[in-house]
Design a protein around this ligand. Structure first.
Ligand code: ATP
Length: 309
């Protein structure tokens, strides 16, 4: 069942068309990710759905509810991760959560939220003394205090180191286990790939493509990239490339010194033929790997641009 429908959203700031025309629906209980480069229109889209920015055009429906007629009911259903600046730096996580809880008729217990976002140990430290990752976890906790059905997280891991980012991912997956619907924006392809049920790639205010991470990758191609390197150096790689180019199963090749990259829809057949060739020639293969396509490859294929974090 769809919990949210967004149709033909548009928003301009002066001459800048931040969101040109965006439509999608979000299913109950899924992690739906909007990914795109800087300035793609992710935050503006999210803020329109959250009721913080008024669209120039388009419709936003939470089931039967819309912002014009049912703003109070929608506010009770959604939780928005506050910006760091909205937290009280001189208060502790516990005090921030208690304070935010007073804004709502019904709130989850502070103790429960601290446990959920793994901050029980730090509950009595001032927020200004917390690390970036701990602050982001507190922000997620603050979004959860009203026990919302839909949680909005705008770039929850930007600027965090890889370990802190993984800790936030674990919490997001916990929220999903609790049955929450999560709408997330991110710059990070790996994050979208790891967390999302569906990913919507946006660029310049428009949706480039939308599907599950595996669906996006499969739709694009069944090709795999086979990487090899040779102990015998450049000459072996050069010969192997010539041999591979003549095979029907190989669509493209690339070589740098003793390292070779081959693209094929039949990696097993290719490796079989190639190993036969290297054995005949007595070349020694140092390393072999089959590289899966990633969301990054999908982005490049759809937009023709390299991904920038
Ligand atoms: P980022 O990843 O950098 O946060 P984003 O994908 O979230 O980018 P938005 O913040 O939605 O993108 O911005 C889209 C475009 O709209 C940008 O060109 C931005 O400068 C512009 N923009 C956003 N908000 C405003 C505003 N309040 N006034 C003027 N321009 C704005």
């Amino acid at each position: 069942m769809n919990i949210l429908e967004v149709r033909n959203l548009k928003k301009s700031f002066g001459s800048i068309q931040a969101v040109k025309d965006i439509s999608f629906s979000v299913k109950e209980g899924e992690i739906f990710t909007i990914i795109g480069p800087n300035g793609a229109g992710k935050t503006t889209t999210l803020e329109m759905i959250e009721g913080l920015v008024t669209p120039d055009h388009g419709e936003i429906q939470f089931g039967e509810l819309n912002w014009n007629k049912h703003a109070i009911t929608i506010k009770k259903k959604i939780g928005v991760q506050p910006q760091s600046s909205a937290m009280f730096d001189l208060l502790t996580p516990e005090e921030n959560l208690n304070l935010f809880a007073t804004f709502y008729d019904k709130a989850r217990s502070t103790e429960e939220i601290l446990k959920l976002v793994n901050l029980t140990e730090h509950r009595k430290n001032q927020v200004k003394k917390l690390s970036g990752g701990q602050r982001q976890r507190l922000a997620i906790g603050l979004a959860m205090i009203s026990d919302p059905e839909v949680v909005f997280l705008d770039e929850p891991t930007t600027g965090l180191d890889p370990q802190a980012r993984r800790n936030v991912w674990e919490i997001i997956l916990e929220l999903k286990k609790l049955g929450k619907t999560i709408i997330l924006t991110t710059h990070y392809m790996e994050e979208a790939e790891k967390l999302s049920d569906r990913v919507c790639i946006v660029d310049q205010g428009l949706i480039v493509t939308l599907d599950s991470p595996t669906g996006l990758i499969e739709k694009l191609t069944n090709e795999r990239e086979v990487r090899l390197s040779f102990l015998d150096g450049e000459k072996a790689a050069f010969d192997a490339e010539l041999f591979a180019k003549a095979l029907d199963s190989v669509t493209r090749t690339e070589r740098e010194d003793a390292a070779l990259k081959l693209w094929t829809i039949k990696p097993e057949d290719l490796l079989f033929d190639l190993f036969k060739f290297t054995k005949d020639k007595e070349y020694q293969v140092e390393q072999v790997s089959i590289h899966e396509m990633s969301l990054e490859d999908v982005f490049i294929a759809y937009t023709g641009k390299a991904w920038r974090d």
